[in-house]
Design a protein around this ligand. Sequence first.
Ligand code: SAM
Length: 273
Amino acid sequence: MTTEDRAGIRDYYDRLGAAEYDRLTTDPAGRVSYEVHRRFLTRALRPGDRVLEIGAGPGRFTELLADLGAHVVVTDLSPGQLAAHRDRLGDHPAIERRELLDVCDTGRYEDSEFDLVLAYGGPLSYAFESDVDALRGLLRIVAPGRPVLASVMSALGTWRHSLPGVLRLAESIGEQANDLVLRTGDLRHVPGAAHVCRMYRSAELAPWIERAGGRLVAVSASHWAGLADPAVLEPVEADPERWASFLDQEERACAEPGAWDGGTHLLFAAVAA
Ligand SMILES: C[S@@+](CC[C@H](N)C(=O)[O-])C[C@H]1O[C@@H](n2cnc3c(N)ncnc32)[C@H](O)[C@@H]1O
């Protein structure tokens, strides 16, 4: 990616600031995604783990890591996001330090330095053609047998979920350019796009991870039924028992290969081979 692309992504998140914190709380679909991410992390984390969090944003998952007993090195590409993180979490005892970091540039860390590396919410979706090297870097700094956990944007799930926007985009940029976006998942094919990232298909995960010297050990969609109309989900969410069952069913469905591409994000766990 070009230096301008990277600066554009950094500026986008600088401008978003603390608002990024609400991404997973404003509607039922966001809350389902949060819960699927939470359970995926909870299964992999051990109390006392030292974690490198990449693209931490304002700290939604740092709070969870702290609650689960981890010690966290908090990082982000965006100074604005790190400032929002400091405003929210201050000198929380679970936070070892905060630093600026590009997911493509982890050379400053020692081999096997961390018990777990967490890159939730798409930092790897901003690595573009450096995605293999970026992931190789993450697998190098995690302890043997311990995972890199990440979520990246899902090409097929986002396409279906954002169909009105996709159809509008096709009208404005033309079918040929839109087709290129849908085939590659690369939003850099949208001329003048305010926000660019690379979306993935589940079939790409294992080959990507293997090229980076790792092995895919778990996959989940961020949603399955949970991307339904909010009006359908709100009455279910209002009933704690029904919501608890819904979330259990959702977690199981999201782990099935038939559902992997169905959410806005794809979650995966990888270990060094
Ligand atoms: C959608 S937010 C996710 C924040 C948080 N992890 C969450 O899930 O709520 C994506 C974050 O990745 C960061 N980011 C974007 N490109 C990055 C890169 N190349 N390296 C590290 N972080 C990056 C952004 O600044 C932003 O804070």
